[in-house]
Design a protein around this ligand. Structure first.
Ligand code: F6R
Length: 615
C-alpha cells in the first residue's frame, strides 16, 4: 500500500504535491518521489525515507516548477525501500512517468515478455514493468497514451490506482483504478488526484471517487473524461461535495496523532452513538438494521471477518452477540477466510469490520461471502471506502479520520457499534430482558463521560512507563470479554515500541507462558470486578509467586487485587459488556507512553502502514 498524488492545473504543482504527500504518509513512508512537468520535459526526484528526506533533497537540488505533477509515498511490496525502487517509475525511452499503488500479480510473466522485446529494468518493482508495458503497447500500435494505458490494464492481474504522464504532453494525466483507492478533486481549471481526499480538501470540496474498472483522462482546461477500462465506454461523472472537517486532520496541541486520537475517544464514542441511541426512550434506531430486521431476527449464525485491531473488536462482538442476542458467532481472520472454503450458505450473515474499508484481505473475504450468497453487513469508518460501497448494508463508526497508524479511536467506535447491534438484535429476538436492555442503554450513554475520567490516569501510566520501558517482553492477560482487550494491548505495544508482547486468556498462562515469568517480566492484567474476579486473583498470585511484576487494571473501590499488584490503574465501574470501552484506554496510553520515552515515531512505526491494501 502506498499513497499517490497528482495535480494538473495552473498553480505551481510542487507545494501541492509535497504537502499532499505528507498527509498520505500514513499509507507508507519508506521512500517517496515526485515528478513535475513543464513544456521542456520533467524533473524527477526520489529518495529512500520519509517525505521530509525528499523535501531536503529537492531543496538542495534545483527548485521544480511546472503546473503538472505526480508524487508517491511508498510501502514496499516488490523490492527493498531504496532510491531506485521508489516511484515515479520511468519507461525505457524516458517518455512515460508512472506512479502506482497496488500490486501487479502477473508482473513476472509480463517482464519476461518485455525483456524478450529488448526492454531493460533498473528496479525490482512491478510498477516499472507496467510503465514499460504501456510504452511497448503504445509504440507497437501507435496509440494515444490513454488507449495504450487502457489496453495494458486489460492485461494486468492485480490491483492498482495509477497516474501516468507523457513527457511530450504535460497537459494531460491519465488515471485508473482497480482495487486500490483513488479520489479526484475538481475545481475550475484544475484536477487533484490522491489516494484519499485529505490532501486536496484545502483546495476543493468537489470530488469523485473512481470506481473499480474506471479510468479518467484529465486535460488542462477541459472537462473530465471518464471511461470504462474494459470497453472504453464513456461514463457520466457524479461529483459530490466532501464533508470533512479540517480540524479533524490536524494534530492541534498534541505531539502525535495517536495521542490526539486516544484523547478524542469521549467525543468519538458520542459521535458513534449520536442519533442512534435515544436513552430517554430506551431506543436504538439504526436504519440499516431496521430495514433488515427479518434477516437479523432469523439469524442462525453470524460470521465476523476482519484483520488486526478490527479482528480484536470482532472477538468482543462475538462475546456481545452471543451474550445479548444468543446468536452463535464465528470470528475469522479475513486472510484465512478468503483462502479456505468456508461453510457459508445463502442468506447467512457475514459481518465485515474495517476502519479503512480498504484492507485487501477483508475486501476479498467480503467478495467471497457475497459470491456464496451471504448477506454482508459492514462496520466501517471511512465513508465511501471500497468496503462501505460493496456491502449489502452497514453502519459507519463515525470516529472521524484516524491518522496514527496504530488504531485507537476506531477500535472503541467499532465496539460501540457492536454493542448497539447486539442490544438491537437481542431486543428483536427477545433474548434480553427489558430491564437489562434499558440499563445497558443508559450505561452506554454514560460511557463518553467514563472514558473521560479514565483518560485522567495518564500520570500513573507515565510513572509505570518510566519503570518498564527498557524491558524486552510484556505479557497481557484478560478473561472473557477482556481477553481480546489483552490481545489489543499487546498489539499496540508491539506496533509502536517494538517491545515483544503477548496477549493471553489469563487462565491459559499456566499452560505455557508462565515459563517466561521472572522478576524482569511485567504482566498487565485486566482485573475488573466482573469476569471471574476470584480466578484472576488466583492468576495474580501465580505471577507473584514467580516474582513477576503485576500491573493491574482494576475498578474504583477495588481492594483485593490492589493489595497484591505492584502497580494499580483504576477505572470507573461499568457492566462487563461495556468494560472493553474502558479497559483498553490505559493499555493504549501505556503503549503510547513507552514508545514516546523510547523516542519512537509513534504515528509512523517502522514496517507498518495505515491501510493494508495488498495481501
Ligand atoms: C493495528 C492496526 C491494524 C489494523 C488492520 C486492519 O493498530 O491498525 O492491525 O487494524 O490492518 O485495518 P482495517 O481496520 O482498516 O481493515
Amino acid at each position: 500500500m502506498c499513497g499517490i498524488i497528482g495535480y494538473l492545473g495552473y498553480k505551481d504543482a510542487y507545494p501541492i504535491l509535497i504537502n499532499g504527500l505528507k498527509k498520505l504518509e500514513y499509507r507508507g513512508y519508506d521512500s517517496s518521489g515526485i515528478a513535475v512537468f513543464d513544456n521542456n520535459g520533467y524533473k524527477l526526484y526520489k529518495t529512500k525515507g520519509k517525505v521530509s528526506e525528499l523535501e531536503k533533497k529537492i531543496i538542495s537540488g534545483s527548485i521544480i516548477q511546472g503546473t503538472t505533477g505526480i508524487g508517491h509515498t511508498r510501502w514496499a511490496t516488490h523490492g527493498i525501500p531504496d532510491d531506485i525502487n521508489a516511484h515515479p517509475h520511468v519507461s525505457n525511452s524516458k517518455e512515460l512517468v508512472l506512479i502506482h499503488n497496488g500490486i501487479i500479480e502477473n508482473y513476472h510473466s509480463l517482464k519476461v515478455i518485455l525483456l524478450k522485446h529488448g526492454f531493460t529494468f533498473k528496479s525490482q518493482t512491478d510498477t516499472e514493468v507496467l510503465v514499460n508495458l504501456i510504452e511497448y503497447i503504445q509504440k507497437k500500435n501507435k496509440l494515444s497514451l490513454e488507449e495504450a494505458v487502457r489496453i495494458s490494464l486489460n492485461e494486468i492481474i492485480g490491483a492498482y490506482s495509477i497516474a501516468i504522464v507523457e513527457r511530450s504532453h504535460p497537459e494531460r494525466i491519465v488515471i485508473a483504478k482497480l482495487g486500490s483507492p483513488l479520489a479526484l478533486g475538481i475545481n475550475d481549471r484544475e484536477f487533484f488526484i490522491a489516494s484519499d481526499p485529505i490532501p486536496f480538501i484545502d483546495y476543493t470540496k468537489n470530488a469523485l471517487y473512481l470506481k473499480d474498472g474506471e479510468m479518467a483522462i484529465l486535460r488542462k482546461n477541459k472537462e473530465l473524461d471518464l471511461r470504462k477500462i474494459l470497453n472504453n465506454h464513456k461514463i457520466s461523472p457524479i461529483i459530490k461535495e466532501l464533508k470533512i472537517n479540517i480540524k479533524e486532520i490536524e494534530k492541534g496541541k498534541y505531539k502525535y496523532f495517536m495521542l490526539k486520537e486516544i484523547n478524542e475517544q469521549p467525543k468519538t464514542i458520542l459521535d458513534t452513538l449520536r442519533g442512534r441511541l435515544l436513552i430517554t426512550d430506551g431506543l436504538i434506531y439504526i436504519d440499516s438494521i431496521e430495514s433488515n430486521k427479518d434477516i437479523f431476527l432469523k439469524a442462525k449464525g453470524i460470521t465476523i471477518v476482519a484483520c488486526g485491531t478490527s479482528w480484536h473488536a470482532s472477538l468482543i462482538g462475538e462475546y456481545l452477540l452471543e451474550e445479548l442476542a444468543r446468536v452463535p458467532v464465528e470470528v475469522e481472520y479475513a486472510s484465512e477466510f478468503r483462502y479456505r472454503n468456508p461453510i457459508i450458505k445463502k442468506k447467512d450473515i457475514v459481518i465485515v469490520i474495517s476502519q479503512s474499508g480498504e484492507t485487501a484481505d477483508t475486501i476479498a473475504a467480503l467478495e467471497l461471502a457475497k459470491k456464496k450468497g451471504a448477506f454482508v453487513f459492514g462496520i466501517c469508518n471511512v465513508v465511501g471506502s471500497s468496503i462501505a460501497r460493496n456491502v449489502d448494508a452497514g453502519i459507519y463508526t463515525h470516529a472521524g479520520p484516524e491518522i496514527g497508524v496504530a488504531s485507537t479511536k476506531s477500535f472503541t467506535a467499532q465496539i460501540t457499534v457492536l454493542v448497539l447491534l447486539a442490544l438491537k438484535i437481542g431486543k428483536y429476538r427477545s433474548t434480553i430482558t427489558d430491564s437489562r436492555y434499558n440499563y445497558l442503554c443508559k450505561e452506554l450513554g454514560s460511557i463518553p463521560d467514563k472514558v473521560n475520567s479514565t483518560l485522567k490516569i495518564d500520570d500513573t501510566i507515565k510513572r509505570i512507563s518510566k519503570i518498564y520501558h527498557g524491558v524486552n517482553n510484556f505479557l497481557y492477560l484478560g478473561r472473557g470479554i477482556n481477553f481480546p482487550v489483552a490481545l489489543e494491548g499487546a498489539l499496540k505495544l508491539k506496533e509502536i515500541s517494538y517491545i515483544h508482547a503477548e496477549g493471553y486468556p489469563a487462565a491459559e498462562m499456566k499452560h505455557g507462558p508462565i515459563a517466561l515469568i521472572d522478576e524482569s517480566m511485567p504482566v498487565v492484567i485486566i482485573a475488573t470486578k466482573k469476569g471471574c474476579y476470584e480466578k484472576i486473583i488466583g492468576n495474580i498470585q501465580e505471577i507473584k509467586a514467580r516474582k513477576g511484576k503485576v500491573i493491574a487494571i482494576v475498578n474504583e473501590g477495588d481492594f483485593q487485587v490492589s493489595m497484591l499488584a505492584d502497580h494499580v490503574i483504576k477505572i470507573p465501574n461499568v457492566s462487563e459488556e461495556l468494560s472493553p470501552l474502558l479497559t483498553v484506554i490505559p493499555l493504549q496510553i501505556l503503549a503510547y507512553q513507552i514508545a514516546f520515552i523510547l523516542g519512537e515515531n509513534v504515528d509512523q512505526p517502522r514496517n507498518l502502514a495505515k491501510s493494508v491494501t495488498v495481501e
